[in-house]
Write a protein that binds this ligand. Structure first.
Ligand code: ADP
Length: 549
């Protein structure tokens, strides 16, 4: 027997309809590249978004067409999120930090029909335009007067505000269609091989939004002022542009500049209570706060993910600034939220030190997500907090394959997705990521967690950044080598002393190399492939030299 409840499709347009109707006057603040902060609200944004929807339909955009965006986190990008998906087209957010060859590949692979581009990316788009064969028009996110006069772009150029005004009036109603329709597209950053397209649906996005806002997930409500620092071109800014509309919280879009001062200024001016970013953003903010002796005033919660959040960061946020860190794990493939670290009732009576230790784990699956770990033979490993192995994930917002890829090696027939991460899971379901599979250090057949050693090393006040890689070793196959970017002058011996007793003896790096800076991926992760290439023979050469002398 079927239930007798309304069978309304779960569509992304319902979010902006809701925010405009019930939180219409709630502010949206966004910062332009020149630093100026502009304000609008949900009601006005809905009207502009509906105008955009009408204009897109007028120029021939159909359901299923893919339209690319190359833009910072700003108000027009938000309008595109909703205007494109709202009419059943696919909003393809493109990461401008990728290599040019990767950009060309993903735009062609996605078959983007239109590209919406922030003016800041004029040079970038000029460089790749000749190699893009599917794009018919490029719409610069600007007014007519700001449209570039001199350029070598072969496609038609349109100013976004002209396109918006072409329609004159907004569409009356958002169209209704099947909730499984594709809504948006995001490519993985492709550290090995070409990036792969992850195609979200209205249904997956809506369920993710409903689950992610909960108190035991990101814990966001209408009383918050929320600012995603994780950019809108990467994994949907961790779902925050959708959650903001669902709960009707004031939304702050920080735009291009994300250095310590810029982040501090907007946090302060807009009285942000909730934010989300990768650890490197907070390192820059801490540095700025240390130098200026300024205090964080309004911020209450801060989601940290994308890379492991070191313990010192959790402590510093709490002790110095009274900000609660919410450590989370996810991937482009997981929409992106997979696990979130929120304490259980029994943890409330833990000592502060034990609470910090717990918070360094990546957390428990939020409702909807299941996780498991297996060894290389595919056997299940126990959830005892000790065994670690390949992490798999499953759920209604986890991808079931990649765009234009007929067979995926990382999906099984039962809906499980192999993440490429190595993790342990404890009795309560708290997961700890120990490594990416490709970064694991195999020393004499045993695995060493590079992330754990790095996290302890960056806890030293004189160390800015650290990376641990497996360097080739005659006897042990691989041994850990620690690469350090110094904040202040420091000797190797100080670092070895600092690590002692904090890690197992055999995890101790064989040597430490000081370097100027670490290479990062387009999404802010340490580019270990590059480091490995450069330093893989470091220990062998070192030992050969010492044998010779
Ligand atoms: P990219 O496209 O840069 O790979 P993703 O955001 O999809 O971007 O990266 C996902 C990966 O980031 C995960 O598989 C994991 O290795 C890493 N990651 C994400 N969150 C965390 C975290 N909290 N701790 C450790 N690693 C994390």
């Amino acid at each position: 027997m079927r239930g007798l409840m309304s069978n309304k499709n779960l569509l992304i347009s319902s979010l902006i309809e809701h925010s405009s109707e019930y939180h219409g006057s709630t502010e949206i603040a966004h910062r332009l590249s020149n630093g100026k902060i502009e304000k609008t609200n949900y009601a006005e944004t809905n009207i502009r978004t509906k105008k955009l929807a009408k204009s897109l339909t007028n120029i021939g955009v159909n359901i299923g067409d893919t339209l690319g965006t190359i833009a910072w986190s700003n108000i027009r990008h938000l309008e595109l999120y909703y205007g494109i998906s709202g009419i059943g087209a696919v909003c393809h957010t493109i990461n401008p930090r990728l290599f040019k060859e990767q950009l060309i590949f993903i735009i062609n692979d996605a078959r983007d029909k239109l590209l919406f581009v922030d003016l800041d990316f004029l040079e970038l788009i000029s460089d790749i335009t000749n190699n893009i064969n599917c794009v018919e028009k490029i719409i610069f996110l600007c007014n007519q007067e700001e449209l570039p006069k001199q350029h070598n772009i072969k496609q038609d150029l349109i100013a976004y505000e002209d396109l918006l005004n072409q329609s004159g009036t907004p569409i009356d109603e958002w169209p209704d269609f099947d909730e499984s329709t594709a809504s948006s597209l995001c490519y993985t950053s492709g550290t090995t091989g070409n990036p792969k397209g992850v195609l979200y649906s209205h249904r997956s996005t809506m369920i993710h939004t409903l689950a992610a806002a909960n108190p035991d997930a990101l814990n966001i409500s209408s009383t918050d002022v929320i600012m995603p620092i994780a950019p809108m071109f990467h994994a949907n800014a961790w779902g925050i542009p959708y959650i903001a509309n669902m709960v009707g919280a004031k939304l702050v879009l920080p735009g291009r500049h994300l250095d310590g001062k810029s982040v501090y200024d907007i946090l302060h001016q807009e009285k942000v209570t909730f934010t989300a970013a990768v650890p490197t953003i907070w390192l820059m903010l801490f540095d700025y706060l240390d130098k200026t002796k300024k205090k964080i005033e309004f911020l209450q919660r801060c989601v940290i993910g994308g890379s492991a959040c070191p313990k010192f960061m959790i402590e510093e946020f709490h002790k110095k600034y009274n900000v609660e860190v919410i450590h989370a794990w996810g991937m482009t493939e997981t929409s992106p939220l997979g696990t979130v670290n929120r304490p259980l009732h029994k943890h409330l009576s833990f000592s502060q030190e034990k609470k910090y230790d717990l918070a360094t784990k990546q957390g428990r699956p939020i409702y909807g997500v299941k996780i498991k770990i297996t060894n290389d033979n595919g056997d299940l490993l126990p959830h005892d907090g000790k065994a670690f192995g390949n992490l798999w994930v499953k759920g209604p917002w986890i991808c079931s394959g990649y765009l234009n890829v007929s067979h995926s090696d990382t999906h099984d027939n039962n809906g499980w997705f192999l993440t490429g991460d190595v993790a342990s899971i404890d009795e309560d379901g708290f997961m700890l990521i120990t490594d990416r599979v490709k970064d694991v250090i195999k020393s004499g057949g045993e695995w060493i967690s590079s992330i754990q050693v790095e996290n302890i090393a960056v806890g030293h006040e004189k160390i800015l950044e650290a990376a641990v890689i497996g360097a080739k070793h005659k006897k042990w196959d691989e041994r850990p080598l620690l690469l350090v970017v110094k904040g202040e002058n420091i000797e190797k011996s100080e670092i070895f002393d600092f690590l002692e007793n904090k890690i197992a003896k055999w995890w101790m790096p064989d040597d430490i190399v000081f370097i100027e800076k670490l290479p990062h991926t387009a999404t802010g992760k340490i580019r270990k492939v590059e480091l490995k290439k450069k330093y893989e023979n470091y220990l062998i050469n070192l030992h050969t030299k010492s044998d010779e002398s």
